[in-house]
Design a protein around this ligand. Structure first.
Ligand SMILES: NC(=O)c1ccc[n+]([C@@H]2O[C@H](COP(=O)([O-])OP(=O)(O)OC[C@H]3O[C@@H](n4cnc5c(N)ncnc54)[C@H](O)[C@@H]3O)[C@@H](O)[C@H]2O)c1
Length: 435
């Protein structure tokens, strides 16, 4: 079995490497020449734990290769996966499908023999039918099926998520396509992963419904956290108390600065737009989008309050800028709004992140990037933890206190305990917990 993976980003590169690990012959394609050159030299264009070794191993075995030549990759493939970006369209928040459509056209031009085109990108309901129309228009003679196979991996644990997913969703009514997809995912079937066969539209909807549900869960606990602060309750204990209820579940109940990342912000907004267009507005999701956007902006004010009402002229140490730990992804990270807000209030930012600084530096101005957490803490008037990287969980608080100008810690991820912090002499504030 041979597949081509169009788009070698967070999803395409991980999926391609994992399929090759399953024994499939995989050619990963990207139009970004520098990305492909880097990978061919063994340098990963993204930070994802375990990826470099997995890619090296499968390249060595001869099952995994990389190219910018889409046409040759598609010609020899039994299935072609589309894993290109679907960002928010500027101006209206609909999913920008231009990369998907462009890839579909290129694939259609190159196809030979029966080919299965699989959309792995997150795309609005109905996109599969549009891809089908594009292919039919470009190549009326072609023999093909269009399948939806949304991806649920999480950055930071992407390989494990791909290799041991909660489920695989395959949207197609074509028996021929079902058989090829079944074969591709056979190793997961063998470990009893539920494989759901649905219509294409249903598969497309499952992906958006899953992401918006998770974003809603996060937003819910964030609002409960704000209420806890006012009513002197502890959101961590509330999350535990409700999470132990099997109907609710304990995941995605960590109060924080608001969700960010490459998926939730754009996918919640895209579903809102799809629903509006269909005349069935999703009022809950609309509110989630609105609440989350404002929350990210409000976080800077929290820091100002913790500093006694002003950060004007103060040195602010920020630890963690990526949208979550174990990734270098900065897309829609809460740190972007928080740092911009603190700068607007007159603060000077010195920051450290284990993997995200290169990317962040292209999105932010006037940030003094440091080589370590303690270097960033030195001389600061306030320390703000935005991303819960493991290395920030065990800071030596004596050292932190001695390095800071005024010892104030704003913990936006609740990685420290207010009771322990009370003994350090550092003024501590966190999210939704009584102090
Ligand atoms: N990042 C995640 O955690 C995640 C998880 C699940 C689903 N998704 C979805 O997967 C899709 C891809 O996301 P990503 O984060 O991997 O995006 P990305 O931006 O990291 O990668 C997309 C890649 O596609 C390439 N590309 C675009 N058009 C191309 C073309 N015509 N030919 C060849 N290459 C082309 C780009 O150069 C880029 O390298 C999106 O729809 C996203 O919503 C992402």
């Amino acid at each position: 079995m041979r597949i081509a993976m169009i788009g070698t980003g967070y999803v395409g590169l991980v999926s391609g490497a994992c399929f090759s690990e399953f024994g499939v012959e995989v050619i990963c394609v990207d139009k970004d020449n520098s990305k492909i050159e880097k990978i061919q030299e063994g340098i990963m264009p993204i930070f994802e734990p375990g990826l470099e070794d997995l890619v090296a191993k499968n390249v060595e075995s001869g099952r995994l290769s990389f190219t910018t030549d889409l046409s040759s990759a598609v010609k020899s493939a039994d299935a072609v996966f589309i894993a290109v970006g679907t960002p928010s369209r500027r101006g209206d928040g609909h999913a920008d499908l231009s990369y998907v459509y462009a890839a579909a056209e290129e694939i259609a031009e190159a196809m030979e023999g029966h080919t299965i085109i699989v959309t792995k990108s997150t795309v609005p309901v109905g996109t599969g039918s549009e891809v089908e129309e594009i292919v039919a228009r470009v190549r009326p003679d072609a023999d093909y099926d269009v399948v939806s196979n949304p991806e649920f991996l999480r950055e930071g644990s992407a390989i494990e998520d791909f290799m041991r997913p909660d489920r695989v969703v395959i949207g197609t009514k074509s028996e021929r396509a079902q058989n090829v997809m079944r074969l591709l995912y056979r190793p997961l079937h063998l470990i009893e992963t539920p494989i759901l066969f649905t219509s294409r539209q249903t598969a497309e909807m499952i992906k958006y419904a899953a992401n918006t549900f998770l974003a809603t869960k996060i937003t819910f606990i964030n609002e409960i956290a704000d209420l806890c602060e006012v009513l002197d309750a502890d959101v961590q204990e509330v999350a535990k108390g409700i999470g132990l209820d099997g109907r609710i579940g304990s995941k995605f109940l960590h109060a924080g600065p608001g969700y960010g990342g490459s998926c939730f912000p754009k996918d919640t907004l895209a579903l809102v737009r799809t629903a509006e267009k269909a005349g069935k507005p999703l009022r809950i999701v609309e509110t989630v989008v609105d609440v989350n956007k404002k929350r990210k902006q409000q976080m800077a004010e929290r820091v100002v309050q913790a500093c006694g009402g002003t950060v004007d002229g103060k040195k602010i140490c920020v630890l963690g800028v990526t949208f979550k730990p174990n990734t270098d992804d900065m897309r829609d990270s809460p740190s972007i709004d928080i740092i911009a807000g603190l700068q607007k209030y007159g603060g000077f930012i010195q920051a450290y992140d284990p993997e995200g600084m290169e990317e962040a530096n292209q999105m932010m101005v006037d940030v003094n990037w440091c080589d370590s957490a303690y270097e960033a803490i030195e001389g600061a008037d306030v320390l703000v933890i935005i991303t819960e990287w493991n290395e920030f969980r065990g800071l030596d608080m004596k050292r932190v206190k001695s390095l800071m100008n005024t010892p104030i810690l704003v913990d936006l991820r609740n990685i420290y305990n207010p009771v322990d912090m009370a003994e350090t002499g550092i003024a501590y504030s966190c999210i939704g917990r009584s102090l």
